[in-house]
Design a protein around this ligand. Structure first.
Ligand code: GRF
Length: 189
């Protein structure tokens, strides 16, 4: 049985697209059944539409509290019988209570070699630190930000003259390969 996956996004959804593409293979162990965006204009919603995947916007700005926003997400996940949640450029921090409800069922992709460079603007953080390589990490989500057991990592070199956009683009190519591989591995366990 394929695992039922929801992808949570806030933006363009290129990682979502990589997951959709990978999951179209007959032997892939996971199926993308639902896409949720917290932003109404997220490009990823169009990608879900095009792939015929149920999708909805749950706009955090329209909720009085983080808890009520998350309750709405939780209801949608239950309604669609979701087993694994993939965060893919989802720009809201999930509360401890939500993460504990879905313990060991949430994955995130982060554009650095964790545990190095957590939080935002991590490509710039890597450049400022003067490291010679960076990359991306897929990890299980725990209540601490950008923490939790690592499922997989991919590395890229940092080149002379790189700026944050150039490094982001190089990392992104690897993200699109890593996330489908990591989800496959995770869904099989
Ligand atoms: C990716 O770099 C991801 O690692 C980060 O946000 C970006 C999302 O891009 N957390 P996209 O929406 O998947 O194109």
């Amino acid at each position: 049985m394929k695992k039922r996956v929801a992808v949570l996004i806030s933006g363009a959804g290129s990682n979502l697209q990589a997951l959709i593409d990978a999951s179209s293979a007959g032997d892939y162990p996971a199926e993308i059944c639902l896409v949720i965006s917290n932003r109404p204009n997220a490009g990823g919603l169009g990608r879900a539409d095009k792939a015929g995947i149920a999708n909805l916007c749950i706009d955090h700005k329209t909720f009085p509290s983080r808890a009520s926003f998350e309750e709405q997400i939780n209801s949608a996940l239950l309604e669609h019988k979701i087993e694994i949640i993939c965060l893919a450029g989802f720009m809201r921090i999930l509360t401890k209570s939500f993460v504990e409800k879905w313990q060991n069922q949430i994955l995130n992709i982060h554009p650095s070699l964790l545990p190095l460079f957590k939080g935002l603007h991590v490509q710039q953080q890597a450049l400022d630190a003067g490291v010679s390589e960076s990359g991306c990490t897929v990890h299980v989500v725990t209540p601490d930000l950008d923490d939790g057991p690592i499922i997989g990592q991919a590395r890229v070199p940092i080149m002379p003259g790189d700026d944050a956009d150039m490094l982001s683009a190089r990392i992104m190519v690897e993200e699109h390969k890593l996330y489908p591989q990591a989800l496959k591995k995770f869904a099989q366990t």
